[in-house]
Design a protein around this ligand. Structure first.
Ligand code: FAD
Length: 494
């Protein structure tokens, strides 16, 4: 007597495929649509979900509940302490509410896929159906193959195939409307569920009051906010994206990653909205900024496709197995300095303070600090990957793992390990006036000119010392040689 949509990382009413399909089914059958969400503290723990991210999701649920209530649809939210009990609990709901159909969008991480596969069977055993949809990527994983019929491991040819596939299947960018309104009679049947309260953030993920205030001001939640951000970016900035996207002092990127990660925005809507600002329906033609931006959103699809094809990357293993034997330094003082933004390399420290402060870091800086951790400090990339997940508000397993794999040269990228970022050159090139550094390292604000990139070696040692800013913890040339040796030996080892 009901159809259920199970929300996960798809916390929106508009352009949500499984929700729309569930609504169609409920309308056809003349039964109410019920939505539900399970808060799982153990999943947050297992996935290293950051406290600001959990807070963002709980805030989103409040908005979602209101939006659904306006459509006479209840959002039932419950905390389930043990993750292994979630499938059984959902089956209990189905029985209690008389639901024959459970709809959901697929999540591709290993644990989630396993859980979903087992739930399909559990439902079938009880005469019900779990109906799953591809939704989070524009092009579903598995749809693209190289000429030899294999999954691409290199982005550029994959991207050409992605574009061609979307051009040939324009419906991949279609919009799924919000669910239809439950009739008054249907609402009446599920009236009790509207009283459900949304739980607080679980104990293990709570923010201090001060942090909560800052994160909430920086990252307002909900799908309307997501759409406003996207539209504003497309109206004001997308044209210049190609020219400015690498400069962290410019607010030149969309900052919608938090919404794509929580599902308050769909990748389809992101690409379609950008495309509709172009003069052409082609994704690889017209305004350069638009093409460039769409190709960045495609990176998100790429890393999810990689994850589905090579699931062992979910298990702490490098994509390239021969890189598993590198001897990392595990120097805890170095790791601590990196985490705290006290390495003595201003561009690295500014970026690490940005992530600590707002749970987000500019893409160029993510690459700089990741390269610094793996190559200059020779620390295990998995320590950095974990730290990012624990702090990012846009933490996404596939993109994060892909980014770390790229920077540590252990991932799908064909770039050889001996191409090593020089943090000082990166700083001079991408933050030429030191504006980003001065923003995030207040104690260096008084340092003038180019000395900002390396105060101890460029004539501002006294000022830096007075400000208690640390000296560089490594010498880049020496650490570069050390990294080259360690990588070479590691790869050569059986
Ligand atoms: P924009 O430049 O406006 O790009 C639009 C969207 O495209 C982004 O929101 C994102 O969804 C996608 N995108 C852009 N660049 C990439 C990329 N390199 N890989 C995958 N998707 C991309 N992104 C995450 O969403 N979550 C993560 O946990 C994450 N971890 C990263 C770790 C490392 C070491 C690196 C190098 C990159 C990581 N990225 C991650 C990718 C990228 O840095 C962010 O997506 C981007 O900075 C988000 O800002 P934006 O929304 O303003 O991006």
């Amino acid at each position: 007597e009901a159809v259920i949509h199970w929300f996960k990382m798809d916390l929106r009413t508009t352009d949500n495929r499984a929700l729309w399909e569930a609504s169609q089914k409920a309308q056809e059958a003349g039964v109410p649509l019920i939505c539900m969400y399970i808060v799982s503290p153990q999943d947050f723990e297992a996935h290293l979900t950051s406290p600001p991210r959990v807070d963002f999701m709980i805030r989103t649920l409040h908005k979602l509940k209101q939006d659904l209530a306006a459509l006479n649809i209840p959002l039932y939210v419950e905390t389930v302490a043990k993750r292994k009990e979630i499938p059984e609990r959902i089956l209990e709901f189905m029985e209690e509410w008389g639901a024959s159909h459970l709809y959901a969008n697929i999540e591709y991480e290993v644990d989630e896929l396993r859980r979903e596969a087992s739930m399909v069977k559990l439902c079938a055993d009880r005469g019900a159906a779990m109906v799953l949809f591809h939704d989070t990527c524009v092009v579903p994983p598995g749809a693209l193959h190289s000429g030899a019929g294999k999954q691409y491991a290199v982005y550029s040819p994959w991207y050409r195939a992605w574009v061609a596939h979307v051009h040939a299947n324009q419906e991949l960018l279609s919009l799924f409307e919000p669910p239809a309104k439950n009739s008054a009679a249907a609402r009446e049947k599920v009236a009790a569920l509207f009283d459900c309260e949304i739980p607080d953030v679980p104990e293990n993920k709570q923010l201090s009051e001060k942090d909560a205030k800052r994160f909430r001001a920086t990252w307002p939640a909900g799908e309307r906010e997501a759409m406003d951000r996207l539209e504003k970016f497309c109206d004001e900035k997308i044209g210049e994206y190609g020219k400015k996207r690498n400069f962290p002092a410019e607010a030149a990127t969309s900052s919608i990653s938090v919404h794509l990660a929580a599902g308050t925005l769909s990748a389809r809507t992101a690409v379609r909205t950008a495309r509709d600002r172009n003069k052409t329906k082609k994704l690889d033609a017209g305004v350069e900024g638009i093409q460039g931006w769409i190709s960045e959103v495609a990176w998100r699809d790429f890393y999810k496709h990689v994850l589905v094809h090579w699931p062992y990357i979910c298990m702490n293993k490098p994509f390239k197995p021969e890189y598993a034997n590198i001897e990392w330094s595990y120097n805890s003082a170095h790791f601590e300095a990196w985490c705290q933004g006290r390495t003595g390399f201003p561009i690295v420290d500014a970026a690490m303070r940005q992530i600590q402060s707002i749970g987000w870091m500019h893409n160029r800086c993510r690459m700089i600090v990741a390269s610094f951790l793996c190559k200059d400090l020779l620390l295990d990339w998995r320590m950095g990957e974990k730290f990012f997940m624990e702090h990012l508000i846009d933490g996404d397993f596939a993109s994060n793992n892909g980014g770390w794999g790229f920077s540590a040269s252990v991932g799908v990228d064909p770039q050889p390990y001996f191409r090593i970022f020089n943090p000082l050159l990166q700083s001079e090139k991408f933050d030429p006036d030191g504006e980003y550094i001065r923003k995030w390292i207040p104690e260096l604000r008084g340092v003038k000119g180019k000395a900002i990139h390396d105060p101890y070696n460029r004539g501002a040692a006294a000022e830096a010392k007075k400000a208690e800013y640390p000296k560089p913890i490594v010498d880049h040339r020496e650490s570069r040689d050390r990294a080259l040796k360690a990588y070479k030996e590691g790869i050569g080892r059986d």
